[in-house]
Design a protein around this ligand. Structure first.
Ligand SMILES: Cc1ncc(C[n+]2csc(CCOP(=O)(O)OP(=O)(O)O)c2C)c(N)n1
Ligand SMILES: [Mg+2]
Length: 978
């Protein structure tokens, strides 16, 4: 019955974890996903009896129960025998006894104590180099567990603590404090996976979270800290006032990264991909990646002109770098630092994509243990930027996993001039990691050995569980935000403390001197060696710089962008591919509508029915895959397609087993990866961009649900996709599929903001296309995959046209020709007296109007590629028509949107005459919410393109309403359709 009571005690506690503590002990092999039958029973009323049965059995024959039960009963008996005396009336410290523990046996309260320290010990940890000893946490006070000082020498079963066994309460507390309240504070009890929690607990308690480096390792760690300090000091004195975003106060980072690289060979890691922001970047480049000091100092010189970047270049603390680093045991580790823009944390998903691509190249797509992504964050940015949460959310998803990222936060406890109370609503800046159930280690930045210990543990954890982990280095910032910034304006008291605080290198040197690990002479030698290297490099860089002659580079241009790429596919091949993409295993039961769709696809590919968009896309993909071009397509609901058009994945009706025809074309085909992405734009687009950088052989496509949602990833578009070639010389063939087109569905579903992409076009940085036929889309996709040059492609893709009979192609258009940047008019081929230029969907409305109204003097040309504009082709097509022909630009987007503002001046300069605009008026929101108004507007703009007189235009209800509300005195009423 005693045991029965105890289980009841445990169950009666509102805090279930002490019970879990017991349960964990009872069966350490239990994982959260597969509860053991025995523990399953413990959750039921019969569990006390069950325990007693076991207890009896153990008493009769100890070997009749498994070893963990044996340990439990031994401990339990011990606990009962050594039951402490009843409580005296000792005074209770702050917080007072927890009434919940009123009737709980002392041994059970010990388990509660263990649990409490594991969960909350970090609140007492000494984490802040500038801070005082943390205050008492009443939740951890002895009295809370109904113990007093007089219990300290009583012996209890110490549960799972460091291997368990009997210990005095005093020893238990010391053990817990050393492990959880010293220079490492750890949050891990929120992790719901028991196996992980247990592993962490045992790993930490075994070592009491105390580093145990050999003397040589300790000296190496000190050397790294000194190297970090000395580089900063050198730059500070030689380049006074120049921005470098000093690492001072956080130099421990360099020791941590070194320890990480040193630990790689034994963990099977061959490559590390790092993403980081400004802070300490120069230091990481030199002291981690081995970039030469000479090169760095050269970049500081005022005459410096980037050698490798053709265009505008970027500031030195944004540049990327890649190198092979040799560890102390002579093993080589590939280390790269991704270029990053100023926009904090934008680099995160890019690094994840790069890492995944590199894993692919190293044939590491299952365990993902050879390539490790490392993201270094600032405290302000980690909690503040949404892309952090988006990136964390990618970490366990099939299409985006990288086997675990090591996050390191250089937590200098300030963001520019902003302190934590204005920066976050959480205790720690690491809080986003908690949502994912990640282990979070906070470490005092003044203890590089502790931080190095944690990074070793982090790598071990990552390699074992393939999950993200966070190391938060709590440090400070020695100077202002940058070196020209005066921190005393805003943080005078903090900075007087920082001014008085000894550098971390000095503290560690003192510690190692005291423990006899190093001598003063050795330390001096390290310092002087590093300084000599810097001095030599400075001299060399000054010599190198005299050879620089600043000159302006011509803009990048890429005439190949307009070169024809053969993309046709023979009819027989298409028919065969059509067969493959519509064949499903015989034991698959599929939806009858899908069956019909596949049959239609087969007929289309065989030339028996006109091709639609989805079929053309499938055939483009299939033909590329069988030409050995791998494809990755990711986006929200991309497997089916937002408009239920693609159906790249087919599901069995009974089992939901998935079949992807494009993966099953032939034995030797390239891989086809299609993923439904999470509901994120910034992280997913960033990821796919990063992937495309390091997988240039692959056609990587990112698809927006509707084109306008791409603006959630505007940072990735502005800072990476469109400008990275100019800034960093990085190129990519990433393709963006952005559903676009006005169908009267309202402001939010009409526009992919074509104008934004066109505004970003310069120096042949990318192609922006708005194809009108499935055939041209087919050729466009193939061109993008097959041509050698790497340029991003932005495609306005259809919505309504997906099922519009007008927008189909004969299969013969796939078997000949190539992508047409400009489609001439196939009906009015010459002599037109008016030429309407347009792009995309509005073409069909224009053509219908012309047919309906029997107009024979107007040609309609389609700019299928708006950038770069094929001006020669355009001029030669226009030359077939009357030289006096009126040229009209017609678009369905509002005047301040679409392609008009990009093209107006360009066309006028090219043609030497004005181009008339026919389209919606400028508007603040892209489209009307009313279908009726949309239809009226659409009719009107088409009429206008054909020169219909203004009086013939229908009067819109909205216009009338606007007019009546205008004050009488208003001059000429402005036409306003929206
Ligand atoms: C998205 C974004 N917003 C604002 C800034 C301007 N900015 C540059 S550094 C910085 C402070 C960053 O603080 P933290 O993340 O703690 O890094 P620290 O500089 O302290 O290392 C700010 C606000 C930026 N670079 N990016
Ligand atoms: Mg900071």
């Amino acid at each position: 019955m005693i045991i029965g009571n105890m289980v009841r005690d445990l169950k009666s506690s509102p805090d279930q974890d002490p019970a879990l503590e017991t349960l964990e002990r009872l069966n350490p092999n239990r994982s959260s996903s597969s509860p053991s039958p025995a523990l399953g029973r413990l959750g039921h009323p019969g569990n006390a009896a069950f325990l007693e049965e076991l207890y009896e059995s153990w008493k009769t024959d100890a070997s009749s129960v498994d070893p963990t039960w044996r340990a439990f009963f031994e401990g339990f008996e011990l606990g009962c025998q050594l039951r402490p005396p009843a409580r005296s009336g000792a005074a209770t410290p702050a917080g007072g006894p927890n009434p919940e523990f009123g009737n709980v046996l002392p041994q059970a309260r010990i388990y509660n104590l263990l649990f409490a320290y594991r969960a909350l010990g970090h609140t007492l940890a000494h984490l802040d180099p500038l801070g005082l000893t943390p205050e008492e946490n009443s939740d951890l006070a002895l009295s809370t567990f109904r113990f007093t000082e007089s219990d300290l020498d009583s012996i209890f079963d110490s549960g799972t603590l460091g291997g368990g066994g009997p210990r005095t309460l005093r020893d238990i507390l010391t053990y817990l404090k050393q492990t959880y309240c010293d220079h490492i504070g750890v949050e891990f009890m929120h992790i719901m996976n028991f196996a992980i929690r247990r592993w962490l607990r045992d790993r930490m308690e075994r070592s009491r979270n105390q580093p145990a480096f050999s003397p040589a390792q300790q000296r190496r760690i000190l050397e790294k800290v000194i190297a970090a300090e000395s580089l900063e000091r050198f730059l500070h004195t030689r380049y006074v006032g120049q921005k470098r975003f000093s690492l001072e106060g956080g130099e421990t980072l360099i020791a941590v990264l070194d320890t990480l690289l040193e630990s790689c060979p034994a963990s099977g890691v061959e490559e590390v991909v790092i993403g980081m922001a400004h802070r300490g970047r120069l230091n990481v480049l030199v002291n981690t990646l081995g970039k030469s000091r000479r090169k760095l100092f050269t970049e500081f010189h005022e005459n410096y002109v980037p050698e490798t970047v053709l265009g505008d270049g970027d500031v030195k603390y944004h540049l990327g770098y890649e190198n092979e680093v040799t560890t102390s045991v002579g093993k080589k580790i590939r280390v790269s630092l991704a270029p990053n823009p100023s926009h904090l944390e934008a680099v995160d998903p890019v690094v994840e994509g790069m890492a995944r691509a590199r894993q692919r190249h190293r044939d590491d797509t299952v365990k993902r243990e050879k390539v490790v992504p490392v993201l270094i964050h600032g405290d302000g940015a980690f909690i503040g930027q949404g892309v952090v949460a988006e990136t964390l959310n990618l970490s366990r998803l099939e299409g985006y996993r990288t086997g675990g990222t090591i996050h390191i936060i250089v937590n200098n406890q300030i963001a520019f001039t902003t302190l934590a109370p204005d920066s976050r609503s959480t205790r720690y800046c690491t809080a986003p990691g908690k949502a994912l159930g990640l282990p979070i280690f906070h470490v005092n930045g003044d203890d590089p050995l502790a931080a190095a210990y944690v990074i070793q543990l982090a790598l071990e954890f990552r390699q074992k569980f393939h999950e993200d982990i966070i190391l938060d280095i709590v440090c400070y910032r020695r100077h202002g935000h940058n070196e020209g910034d005066e921190p005393n304006f805003t943080q005078p008291t903090l900075y007087s403390e920082i001014d008085a605080h000894p550098p971390v290198g000095r503290l560690l040197a003192r510690q190692l001197l005291d423990s006899g690990v190093i001598t003063e002479e050795q330390i001096q030698k390290i310092r002087s060696q590093i300084d000599t290297v810097s001095e030599d490099a400075l001299r060399e860089s000054r010599e190198a710089v005299t050879k620089f002659h600043p000159k302006l580079h011509p803009p990048i241009s890429c005439p190949e962008l307009l070169k024809e790429v053969p993309t046709a596919v023979p009819a027989k091949k298409l028919a065969d591919l059509g067969e493959s993409i519509s064949t499903i295993p015989s034991d698959f039961q599929i939806n009858s509508k899908i069956r019909k769709l596949l049959d239609t696809r087969k007929a289309m590919a065989a030339g028996k029915a006109p091709l639609d968009w989805a079929c053309a896309e499938h055939l483009a993909f299939a033909s590329l895959l069988t030409q050995n071009v791998p494809i990755r397509l990711s986006g929200q609901d991309s497997r089916r397609g937002t408009f239920s058009q693609r159906h790249a994945a087919i599901y069995d009706l009974r089992t939901r087993a998935r079949y992807i025809p494009l993966k099953n074309l032939s034995k030797n085909q390239a891989s086809f990866c299609v993923y439904n992405s999470p509901l994120s734009e910034a992280a997913v687009l960033g990821f796919d961009y990063g992937y495309s950088l390091d997988c240039p052989e692959m056609l990587v496509l990112w698809e927006a649900q509707f084109g306008d949602f791409a603006n959630g990833a505007q940072t990735q578009i502005d800072q990476y996709i469109t400008s990275s070639e100019s800034k960093w010389g990085t190129t990519s063939r990433l393709t963006l599929l952005l559903p676009h087109g006005y169908h009267g569905q309202g402001p939010e579903h009409s526009s992919a903001r074509l104008e934004r992409f066109l505004q970003l076009c310069a120096e042949d940085n990318m192609a922006v296309c708005y194809p009108t036929t499935p055939a041209n889309y087919f050729h466009l996709l193939r061109r993008q995959a097959l041509r050698k040059i790497l340029k991003p492609l932005v495609v306005m893709t259809p919505k309504g046209l997906l099922r519009d009979a007008r927008a189909t192609s004969p299969v013969t258009d796939l078997t000949r020709g190539s992508f047409e940047e400009i489609l001439p008019d196939s009906d009015i081929t010459k002599g037109a007296r008016r030429v309407i230029l347009c792009s995309g969907k509005v073409f069909y409305d224009l053509r219908d109007y012309r047919t309906k109204n029997d107009i024979t003097d107007t040609a309609i040309l389609r700019l299928e590629q708006i950038y770069p504009l094929h001006t020669q082709k355009l001029l030669s097509i226009l030359a077939r028509h009357s030289p006096e022909a009126e040229i009209v630009w017609c678009q369905e987007e509002s005047e301040n949107m679409g392609a008009w503002s990009h093209l107006a001046l360009k066309l006028q300069n090219l043609l030497g005459k004005k181009v008339r605009y026919a389209g919606r008026d400028a508007s603040s929101s892209p489209a009307t919410g009313s279908l009726a108004i949309h239809n009226l507007e659409q009719t009107q703009l088409v009429q206008e393109a054909f020169g219909a007189p203004a009086s013939a235009k229908p009067v819109l209800p909205k216009t009338a309403a606007l007019k009546s509300s205008q004050p009488k005195s208003a001059s000429k009423p402005k036409r306003k359709r929206r």
